[in-house]
Design a protein around this ligand. Structure first.
Ligand code: HEC
Ligand code: HEC
Ligand code: HEC
Ligand code: HEC
Ligand code: HEC
Ligand code: HEC
Ligand code: HEC
Length: 423
């Protein structure tokens, strides 16, 4: 196989891994006799440091309220098994096809053992691959993955929510592509844990599909929690949580690093996948961009951290983190008045700087600071080609550069005039 030089180069990128791999190799030599046949505890999932995951279902018994709300969040829903419950696009005749041209079409079909994307050339079936994993809660859209020989591949057709239609997958050429391989980096942001079974440093990796925790689940933000569950179950009268991380007790930077590991733009790994954990320093695991790029050069998709960091709200306070405005246990999308309340914790008549428009706009202003100061903007990174369209259509995402946007204000004031104060 031609992977050797590639592997070598990759391993050099992880100097520490070399030693660990070396030690592991010795371990394997010593223990190979006894470890050969066992499937190390079927069903048990543990990370590279041997910390065991409990799975979020086990939290439900003692943290029912948080658990119930969590199931509705975009985090939980961001990767799920590809069942009818989670796939958003339509399989109905007339709505289930994406035509690349007059002869080439991909149809979404329900078959006896699952849902498929099927490529036809002049009505001849060319290729059929099953939807195995859904990626994306569907706020903007969903892409779909299939398994092949322990590797994951992205299906050619994506669902685009704004147009409620199937589209060519983002970044794909204008033809049917079934061989776009998915690396662990994709799963690091869209799942909680995936066990790699290929040698460290080789991409694309092969994964153990029975040791995959989908969704951005409780244990992504609190750490592997089996020990906590065992302890609390054995000590039901214990009122203090043990063997578990509460981000509230971490520093500002540790909190920011947790969210930035997925909302901090493109990061380049310096450690094996899934090594970074809540409480860790991000720069120990990735090459982190510490320069302050201009907000207009940062895409609104996937880099809320850099945009927020450029904002005065962030720079001129000691405490503001993502959690100041977001309660990640709840699905809060669209609750503009609630978010505006959080702005007013710092910006109100009696405290901090107030909005200069407060006097003229009166009550209207207090229910929506967001559309004027954090407007929706088109993403350059997430744009899809809809059937028959020449230009890709961009997803609209909130800018986290909190600032003054005169054009947005004009537009909103105009709308308010047309539609006199309802609220
Ligand atoms: C057998 C009961 C039990 C189970 C199961 C359980 N917990 Fe807890 N947990 C507790 C108790 C009791 C506390 C302490 C009181 C509190 O903060 O709610 C706690 C506290 C916590 C805290 C806050 C810790 C702190 O220092 O403030 C977190 C975070 C947490 N649990 C997460 C989880 C997660 C994630 C799971 C599932 C993987 C889980 N718990 C399962 C009983 C449990
Ligand atoms: C493991 C990666 C990961 C981590 C860690 C993470 N997020 Fe996310 N987050 C995502 C992904 C992926 C989405 C997109 C989910 C979707 O719509 O499919 C998302 C979506 C969101 C959303 C949008 C919710 C909605 O309803 O549309 C908010 C807000 C958010 N994250 C805040 C946070 C905050 C705050 C933290 C830190 C406490 C955090 N995230 C940590 C990956 C992560
Ligand atoms: C660095 C982390 C990161 C990586 C890597 C990443 N994503 Fe995302 N992705 C996000 C975040 C964060 C969001 C949602 C918020 C945003 O757009 O800023 C998102 C949104 C999405 C959405 C739209 C979800 C929705 O409904 O709103 C899809 C689909 C998606 N990603 C697929 C993928 C696929 C497939 C890959 C791998 C090939 C990938 N992403 C790689 C972080 C990441
Ligand atoms: C995206 C990250 C994220 C996910 C996912 C997440 N939490 Fe949390 N959790 C946090 C943060 C951040 C805090 C601290 C909030 C603060 O600053 O007060 C927290 C606090 C807690 C606490 C302490 C008490 C409280 O209510 O603040 C418990 C208990 C808890 N989480 C349990 C869970 C359980 C159970 C799940 C899954 C069902 C879960 N969390 C999922 C980020 C997350
Ligand atoms: C933790 C406190 C805090 C929170 C929460 C907060 N801000 Fe700020 N914000 C500040 C500080 C401090 C400044 C800089 C000094 C000032 O103008 O008061 C600032 C500045 C601003 C500015 C002026 C920006 C500029 O470039 O001149 C705007 C607009 C603003 N904030 C809007 C908001 C909105 C909208 C929200 C909610 C989405 C919000 N802030 C949440 C503390 C905060
Ligand atoms: C000053 C308040 C504030 C802070 C701080 C903040 N956000 Fe947000 N965020 C918002 C508001 C408001 C929205 C829009 C919510 C809605 O769509 O209803 C939002 C939306 C999002 C979304 C969804 C974007 C979209 O358009 O789909 C993500 C992801 C997100 N925030 C992540 C983060 C992360 C990560 C951090 C920390 C780096 C952070 N936020 C800090 C106020 C804030
Ligand atoms: C209709 C659009 C609009 C809404 C709604 C709005 N703002 Fe503003 N805001 C502006 C504009 C425009 C400015 C700049 C005005 C100026 O400097 O004369 C501004 C200025 C500010 C400033 C900077 C003040 C300073 O002294 O530098 C802050 C802080 C602010 N707004 C916060 C808020 C908060 C908090 C809310 C919600 C309670 C809000 N704004 C709602 C348009 C809006």
């Amino acid at each position: 196989m031609a992977t050797y030089p590639f592997t070598f180069k990759r391993i050099l990128k992880y100097p520490r891994t070399v030693t660990i791999v070396g030690l592991m190799a010795i371990g394997v030599l010593v223990f190979s006799k006894c470890s050969d046949k066992k499937d190390e505890n079927p069903g048990v999932i543990e990370n590279a440091s041997g910390e065991r995951f409990a799975g979020s279902a086990s939290c439900a018994g003692c943290h029912k309220d948080i658990f119930d709300h969590h199931l509705k969040t975009a985090h939980y829903l961001t990767s799920r098994p590809a069942t009818a419950e989670y796939i958003k696009g339509s399989f109905e005749a007339g709505k289930n096809a994406y035509f690349f041209n007059a002869s080439v079409v991909v149809e979404m079909e329900k078959r006896s053992n699952g849902f498929y994307q099927v490529e036809y050339f002049r009505d001849q079936q060319k290729k059929a691959k099953r939807f195995d994993i859904v990626v994306g809660s569907g706020t903007m859209g969903q892409s779909y993955l299939y398994w092949s020989d322990h590797k994951l591949f992205q299906l050619p057709i994506t669902y685009f929510t704004a147009a409620d239609t199937w589209s060519n997958s983002p970044g794909f050429p204008d033809k049917v592509v079934f061989n776009r391989v998915i690396t662990s980096r994709c799963l690091e942001c869209h799942a909680t844990y995936a066990k790699t079974i290929s040698d460290p440093g080789i991409e694309p990796e092969r994964f153990d599909s029975t040791r995959l925790i989908l969704g951005v689940d409780c244990e992504k933000c609190h750490g592997p929690a089996a020990k906590h569950v065992d302890f609390q179950s054995a000590h039901p009268n214990e009122k203090k949580g043990q063997f578990i991380i509460n981000p509230a007790s971490l520093s500002r930077q540790q909190n920011l690093d947790l969210c930035a590991s997925c909302h901090g733009g493109r990061l380049q790994k310096t450690q094996p996948s899934f090594s970074f954990k809540v409480g860790d320093k991000l720069s120990d695991f990735y090459i982190v961009d510490t320069t302050a790029p201009k907000p207009e050069n940062i895409d609104v998709h996937g880099n809320q951290y850099a945009l927020m960091r450029a904002s005065k709200c962030f720079r001129m306070t000691q405490t503001l983190t993502c959690n100041t405005c977001h309660n990640t246990h709840q699905r809060e999308k669209g609750q503009t008045a609630l978010f505006s309340q959080r702005c007013m914790e710092c910006h109100n008549n009696g405290h901090g700087s107030d909005c200069k428009l407060t006097q003229s706009l009166g009550k209207v202003i207090t229910s929506n600071c967001i559309d004027c100061h954090m407007p929706l903007q088109p993403s350059k990174a997430i744009a899809v080609r809809l059937q028959g369209e020449e230009q890709p259509v961009a997803a609209m995402i909130r800018s986290h550069y909190v600032s003054i946007y005169p054009d947005e204000t004009k537009r909103i004031l105009l709308e308010l005039k047309k539609e006199p104060r309802k609220k």
